[in-house]
Design a protein around this ligand. Structure first.
Ligand code: AMP
Length: 212
C-alpha cells in the first residue's frame, strides 16, 4: 500500500475516507487538524495560541505543524494517510525534504471533489461523538443520529467543533482555494496526482480503490 496525501476543501470527506481506509487496509491516519486540536487542550501558551488560530479558521504556523508532524511520523512504520497536510506550497516543499530525512515514501496524492453547497451543509450540520469520534450530520439527511445529541454506535454525547460554523467555513474555504489548490499543479507535475468524486461515500471508495 502506498502512502496517501488527501487534498480537499473542508468537509469534502477526508475524515470519512480515512476512517474507511484505516479499517479496510490498516492505514495509519495522521490528521494535522487532530494533532493541533489535541495541543489546543493544553493550558500552555502554545495551547492557547493554537486554540485562537483554530477558532478563527486560520492556518497554524509551519513551525508548530512540522514539529507535531515529524514527531508523529517517527512513530509510524507502515503506510499512512496524511489528512489536512500539506496545506500550502511551502509545506509541500518542506515535506519533500522531511520524507527524505525520515526515509519515507511520498506516495499518491488524491484530490477529493465535492460541490460548494454540499460542503457548506456538511460543515454547518456536522456533529461528532466525544467518545468514539463517529461523524453525523443534522442537515444533509445522510447519517442523521437516531436520537438527537447521542451517538448511535456507542451512546456517547455528540458535540460540534468550534470551527464548524458558516463564517469559519467561508474563511476555511477561501484559504483552501487560495493556498491549498496550488498544490494540485505542483503534484500534477510530479506525476502522482489522482482525482476522485467525493459527493458520496460509495463513489468515493469505489474510485479510490481503482487506484490503490
Ligand atoms: P482540519 O481538521 O483539517 O479541517 O483542520 C482544522 C484546522 O486546523 C484548520 O482550519 C487549520 O486552522 C488547522 N490546520 C490543520 N492542518 C493544518 C496545516 N497542515 N497547516 C496549518 N494549519 C492546519
Amino acid at each position: 500500500m502506498k502512502n496517501l496525501i488527501l487534498i480537499a476543501a473542508p468537509a469534502a470527506g477526508k475524515g470519512t475516507l480515512s476512517e474507511i481506509l484505516v479499517k479496510k487496509y490498516n492505514y495509519a491516519h495522521i490528521s494535522t487538524g487532530d494533532l493541533l486540536r489535541e495541543v489546543s487542550q493544553d493550558e500552555s501558551e502554545l495551547g492557547k495560541k493554537v486554540t485562537n488560530m483554530l477558532k478563527n479558521g486560520e492556518l497554524v504556523t509551519d513551525e508548530i505543524v512540522f514539529e507535531l508532524l515529524e514527531k508523529k511520523l517517527e512513530t509510524i512504520n507502515g503506510p499512512y494517510i496524511l489528512d489536512g497536510f500539506p496545506r500550502t506550497l511551502n509545506q509541500a516543499y518542506k515535506y519533500d525534504e522531511l520524507v527524505v530525512k525520515l526515509k519515507k515514501e511520498l506516495g499518491m496524492v488524491v484530490v477529493l471533489n465535492t460541490p460548494y453547497e454540499t460542503l457548506k451543509k456538511r460543515i454547518v450540520g456536522r456533529v461528532l461523538c466525544k467518545d468514539c469520534g463517529s461523524i453525523y450530520n443534522t442537515l444533509t439527511g445522510v447519517n442523521m443520529p437516531k436520537q438527537e445529541g447521542i451517538c448511535d454506535k456507542c451512546g456517547g454525547f455528540l458535540y460540534k467543533r468550534s470551527d464548524d460554523n458558516e463564517e469559519s467555513f467561508k474563511t476555511r474555504y477561501e484559504t483552501y482555494m487560495k493556498k491549498t489548490k496550488p498544490l494540485i499543479e505542483y503534484y500534477e507535475k510530479k506525476g502522482n496526482l489522482y482525482y476522485i468524486d467525493s459527493s458520496d461515500t460509495t463513489t468515493m471508495l469505489r474510485e479510490i480503490e481503482d487506484f490503490l
